[in-house]
Design a protein around this ligand. Structure first.
Ligand code: ADP
Ligand code: MG
Length: 472
């Protein structure tokens, strides 16, 4: 057994071996746990580091990390030890835009690609550690997997244009929007596209944080010439979450020079941030203004339609049938961001696969109880009654009344249906708010509305409008 110093960085050979070992472990996991579990929980993991006997894996979300740690980490360790007995620990961290180990060039597998690749024939300068320049690309973040809707159509169109063009388009392309709305997804998609269709073009994708880290490292090792050279010689430079360098003056200065050098050569730059250039605080004025020179495209918060579309796409890829009412419920309730929406879906699927139970609205409520609480939009049954009464021109008191005429009964059923789908109240609770009706009456109303909705387009549109006005 070789005694590796704990802190010594892995050599190229060790890196290659680790990747190969991970490939084998992955395959065994896939076989053991089956395709659905593999796709939901294990496929997105990648190796970031191996130090001594510890393998560090990264998962894209905290939830996924926790799940992997509690359900699969032990098994991963055992399997890994079967291949390499020196491995003693598996660590799982949350990382999306970080450096994965580079795949071995001759490998056929498409699993963990790395970025910042030079054309195959070119030798890398010795002083540049290629593994740490760029960041790993998430294999799921492609244009094909990106669902386009009103909130992101401009950003999508701009990203696609940049990816397809051999020349710099709007320079820079500046994408901004809130957390979890798809900025990184679009940037990875650009990178994948270029990698696939224009493999000669050199692309670097990395977070602003990592840019800073690289820069500081270069300063420390007096290696700034190589640092500058490596960034300035790329065709496309993408920096994610540029707000990170707010207030970091020296890094901004360096970034500004890199930026200018690339723009002068007409090389493409793509930047993302959580705010528009002019709203970025702690950023030098000249940099702010420079960032706004090209095309600034914002991604708006998602709409119900987009969320539903994303859920459909995701369920399709996973090839797992999810009932329509469950999808609608999720699209309604998990409005914070897409990452959380995906997390919720994964959780439901995992629960169903593990427990072997069918996915229904009831199990969904159960599995997501904690999540739903924090996402509770606080739409109350009273809000619903009021809005529905206004919409159909009836009195609010009719929501509780015993009147059975159709012009009152139908809106009342609609309100009950919306109460069931938009709040986490139980059937008896809803019944009580509607003049003390029985829970079977509520259930009947929900079924009736679903039935009419499937047949009557106008009615179905009314429902959508109501839902949307209640959502904001
Ligand atoms: P951001 O970088 O804006 O914080 P991400 O790009 O990391 O957000 O997106 C969060 C998650 O939501 C990712 O898993 C991404 O694939 C998914 N996502 C966001 N927007 C879309 C979309 N329009 N279609 C499909 N998936 C999306
Ligand atoms: Mg991001």
């Amino acid at each position: 057994m070789t005694a590796l110093a704990m802190t010594e960085p892995a050599t190229h050979d060790e890196t290659a071996q680790t990747i190969l070992q991970w490939e084998q472990v992955r395959e065994q996991l896939r076989e053991e746990f089956g395709e659905a579990v593999f796709k939901s929980w294990l496929k997105a993991l990648f190796v970031t580091e191996i130090i001594g006997g510890t393998v560090r894996l990264a998962a894209p979300t905290r939830f996924m990390r926790d799940w992997v740690v509690s359900h699969y980490a032990d098994r991963i360790r055992v399997l890994w030890q079967g291949i390499n007995p020196t491995i003693t620990t598996i660590e799982v961290v949350v990382q999306l835009e970080t450096s994965a180990l580079a795949p071995i060039p001759s490998q056929k597998s498409d699993s963990q690609p790395i970025f910042g690749e030079a054309p195959p024939s070119r030798e890398e300068p010795m002083s540049i550690d290629r593994d740490v320049i760029g960041a790993a690309l998430d294999p799921r973040f492609t244009f094909d997997n990106f669902v386009v809707g009103k909130p992101n159509e401009l950003a999508y169109a701009a990203a696609l244009r940049v990816a397809e063009s051999q020349k710099a388009q709007f320079n820079p392309l500046f994408l901004y929007g809130g957390v979890g709305l798809g900025k990184s997804h679009l940037m990875h998609a650009i990178a994948w596209h270029i990698k696939t269709y224009h493999p000669k073009r050199r692309v670097i994708y990395l977070s602003a944080e990592k840019f800073m880290y690289q820069f500081i490292r270069a300063l420390r090792y007096k290696d700034t010439v190589a640092f500058k050279e490596q960034f300035r010689s790329v065709d496309v430079l993408m920096i994610d979450d540029v707000q990170f360098i707010s207030g970091k003056e020296t890094t901004q200065e360096e970034f500004f020079h890199t930026f200018n050098a690339l723009v002068d050569q007409n090389h493409q730059i793509i930047i993302s941030a959580d705010k528009s250039p002019s709203d970025l605080e702690g950023m030098e004025e000249r940099l702010k203004s420079r960032l706004g020179w090209g095309l600034v495209a914002d991604i708006h918060p998602s709409t119900y339609e987009l969320r539903l579309g994303i859920l459909h796409a995701k369920a399709d890829t996973l090839n797992i049938p999810i009932p329509k009412d469950v999808m609608e419920f999720l699209a309604c309730k998990i409005t914070s961001n897409i990452r959380e929406l995906e997390g919720a879906l994964n959780r439901i699927i995992a629960h169903a696969t593990l427990v072997g139970r069918e996915i229904t609205l009831e199990t969904t409520h159960e599995v997501l109880r904690d999540l739903l609480k924090s996402n509770d939009r606080r739409v109350t049954i009273e809000d619903i009654q009021k809005r529905v009464a206004e919409y159909y021109g009836i009195k609010i008191s009719d929501m509780q009344s015993a009147r059975r005429s159709q012009n009152v009964a139908r809106p009342r059923q609609v309100a009950m249906y919306l109460a069931k789908t938009l709040t986490s109240r139980s059937l008896p609770e809803i019944g009580r708010k509607f003049g003390g009706r029985d829970h079977t009456t509520v259930l009947h109303a929900v079924r009736k509305v679903q039935e009419v909705k499937a047949q009557d387009r106008e009615f179905s549109e009314d429902l959508d409008i109501l839902r949307r006005t209640l959502e904001v």
